[in-house]
Design a protein around this ligand. Structure first.
Ligand SMILES: Cc1cc2nc3c(=O)[nH]c(=O)nc-3n(C[C@H](O)[C@H](O)[C@H](O)COP(=O)(O)O)c2cc1C
Length: 322
């Protein structure tokens, strides 16, 4: 990929937001299978970690060729480690590098990483410039409106653009606002008007229609939490019955187990399984089994049983009401 990657994508650009603990290779593959036109981003990965112990973190950054174009997201605050991390990601074959300047977690902010970089725009720009000069891959920045308000967003965006960023994605909330506060897109529109690079919006998007509504003035949108248990959000329509969603869900489990092994893979799929059966008629008594599954066979058996219970319920109801 080259620096014009983001500019060359058809709009609206639609992507799976980077989410630690969720947007791993298995889930990215699933979302791409549902809609091959989306872009996906890895979970955030430490630049220092990639600098000092690349082999361990390379396993976390693993991606399957079918996921391309996939973007590696890095966090940190050190120019030298960002440059090494960029080279590691380039060698692994990623299609772009995203710099995390939005993570609000206590540990990350205390280390002056993530959204803390919004308090240090000089360093933020040094990082962008160093990464942009270290690679021919496109560089993007994912950040929030700002620390406690979005007053400096346009200025910040102009500076990272000048430093070499090829795209900027804004989670339309500030650091001080918790996730559930309604997103504020007005300042993101002002940013779009001020920049020449693509601007992607993110935050509170629960359907493709929401994405179009909030982000029609932007170049596209990333969807985060609304994808949990619902990768079909990327095509706008979820198959009605769990039995029709099962092949995708079982593929998800299989990819996760393939990548992380039985022990870790089955542990990590549990939260996804609970999301997949949310609101499914008759699923409640099975939830405790889903939260302790230990093998692919168990997953298949329990999920098939829930799908049968749901389907029988609706077939009988439809017979009665016909
Ligand atoms: C569990 C979780 C993990 C996240 N991890 C990351 C991350 O690694 N990198 C990042 O830039 N944002 C991360 N985010 C923020 C999301 O990318 C996104 O900006 C946020 O969830 C708002 O979008 P949404 O309302 O569509 O969920 C995370 C969010 C959640 C809920």
């Amino acid at each position: 990929m080259n620096k014009t990657f983001w500019q060359d994508l058809p709009t609206p650009i639609i992507g799976l937001a980077p989410m630690d603990g969720y947007s791993d290779s298995a889930f990215r593959r699933i979302c791409k299978e549902v809609n091959p036109n989306i872009v996906t981003v890895t979970e955030f990965t430490s630049a220092d970690g990639l600098h000092f112990s690349a082999e361990k973190l390379k396993r976390k950054l693993y991606f399957h060729p079918s996921e391309q174009p996939v973007i590696a997201q890095i966090f940190g605050k050190n120019v030298e480690t960002f440059v090494t991390a960029t080279k590691v990601c380039e060698d692994m074959g990623f299609s772009g590098i995203d710099l995390n300047m939005g993570c609000p977690s206590k540990k990350v902010v205390k280390s002056e990483h993530g959204v803390a970089l919004r308090k240090n725009p000089d360093l933020a720009c040094q990082l962008v410039e160093a990464v942009a000069n270290a690679t021919n891959l496109p560089i993007s920045v994912k950040t929030r409106l700002g620390w406690s308000n979005g007053d400096d967003l346009v200025d910040f965006g102009k500076r990272v653009q000048n430093a070499g960023a090829n795209m900027i994605c804004i989670h339309a909330r500030t650091y001080m606002e918790p996730y559930k506060v309604a997103p504020q897109y007005e300042q993101v529109y002002a940013l779009k008007d001020a920049l020449s690079i693509p601007v992607i919006g993110n935050g509170g998007i629960e359907s493709l229609e929401d994405g179009q509504r909030y982000c029609s003035r932007l170049d596209g949108f990333y969807i985060g939490q609304a994808t949990f248990g619902n990768p079909w959000i990327f095509v706008g329509e979820k198959p009605r019955y769990l039995k029709d969603r099962l092949p995708v869900i079982l593929n998800h489990a299989q990819y996760l187990i393939e990548h992380k092994g039985d022990r870790v893979g089955t542990r990590e799929i549990r939260k996804h399984l609970l999301c997949y059966v949310k609101g499914v008629h008759g699923a409640k008594p099975y939830k405790k089994f889903l939260s302790t599954v230990e093998s692919f066979e168990q997953i298949k058996t329990i999920m098939t049983e829930i799908a049968d219970v749901e389907f029988q319920f609706y077939s009988q109801r439809e017979l009665v009401t016909v």
